[in-house]
Design a protein. Sequence first.
Length: 452
Amino acid sequence: MPNAVICLTLVFDSGAAPQLRRRLTAPRHSDDHLSTSPLSCAMVTRHLPSGSPAKTAPVTARRGTGVDWLDIPTLAFVAQFASIVSLAVFVYLWRNNPQVKAFAWLAACSLSMSLGIFLILGLRFLPVTFCILSGNICLMYSGVMLAHGTRLLYLRPVNWLYWLTPLPMLGFSGYFTLITPDVSARVVIYSATAVLVTGYFAFELRRPLHPAGSNARIVLLTVASIDIAVNLLRVWLTLVHPQHQGLLTSVGSNATALAFLNGLLYLSLLPLGFMMLHDERLQLHLQHQADHDDLTQLLSRRAFMERAEQAISQALQRRHSVALAIIDLDWFKQINDGYGHLAGDYVLEFFARMLLRETSGSPALLGRIGGEEFAVLWPGLSAKEASIHLYRLQNSLKSSPMEWDGIPISLTFSSGLAELNDNQQKFDTLYRHADAQLYLAKENGRDCLFGM
């Protein structure tokens, strides 16, 4: 979660909230920034056992050691502005890509974050406890929405564990706010939960969308890493060095400045990273459309030829054999003329699904290289091994005939099979051999397999 907002929560969450509220609403004088600014002097309350009066001690920040050039409203309004800009970016992406539900969740993340900051600003005129608890809910679940939206962007199913994670934190936060007030306990619980939620977000970025890498992923992982590091630093300061508790609650400290800068970095780079990620998804989508046949979703002729050349080169380097089959549907023109082009399209789709099913489990490269012509390349298989898959496909078509408008349509195919086992041969030679075998299969009555 953005630590700038966490910092605001901690400042107002301490026992100094009433004093700070009075300082924020009091008129300022020309020399306030030297002695009486809320950034120069913050009251840190140490909560004692029940029955003991709360003792307050002023923690005065010397000039030059604190952040005396900013005040709490300025920092809060800057964070609020950054969250609104982030919301506007995600709403824009969602309106232009309504089919991408991830952007709706990312917009909800920014909206929840903005609401959380508003509740912190509402400490001036709203009950402190209400603002603390409600702000914690909004801020923590904004991180959950961020992880959920990223998961949807990568087309992964919903993980309900993400939504359940903040519940223990909210319960403990209420306990240490209403029953046993303890600022340090809230710092540890909130920061530890924020580390876990941000870790979920980083986990969803574990794989790049593009095989060559992802600049967007680097940006988002950097933001998540910085956020996790700052939260771990706050936990460490609270548990290992409790004498530095003033660094966690004093708005005049350099630790607070670091937290605000981290939060602003988080809110600023998040939309940039997701815009880059969306651009990468769009490029992949366009590349997929260019490389695949719209009807069958198999590789197009151009893409099949390019990948076949690469696969053959790699197989020959490893001294593996390569088999190529060219398949042609029998009497496809009669199906088109007799049942219509919609039936012909359905036949092609049906056959492509059967071909994918019967070649699964083998290192097959499939493509549609013509109207009713398909090609399958098996790197690492001999022609004899590849023929097993073709005979299996032939039997499946006979045992599971296709139907169109309740009318069964019998599908058969002719196939030519060739094997490349000479280092001097190339894909063009292999293709010519397979095509010659396909011609022989058609000349010998169709519905058969000829191979070299």
